[in-house]
Design a protein around this ligand. Structure first.
Ligand code: FES
Length: 69
């Protein structure tokens, strides 16, 4: 799905950028060798980044060993 029409960035591009360490929309643009143009996508990119970060945190918590009681 396209997230940034000006730069033809998709949700896969955002996911790839997040896997590479991007935490802000600017870092997503940088990792895709693009720049913000109209700016109407920054909120959606930020939302996608936050969702991906939360999913990764949930996976890390689920993978943690449980304490023996
Ligand atoms: S839609 Fe992303 S900069 Fe315009």
């Amino acid at each position: 799905m396209y997230i940034c029409l000006c730069n033809a960035l998709t949700d896969h591009d955002v996911k790839r950028a997040a896997a590479g360490g991007a935490r802000r929309p600017r870092e997503v643009y940088d990792s895709c060798n693009t720049r913000v143009q109209c700016g109407s996508c920054t909120g959606m990119i930020l939302c996608a980044l936050r969702t991906l970060i939360m999913e990764r945190a949930d996976e890390a918590v689920a993978a943690m060993p449980t304490a023996a009681t």
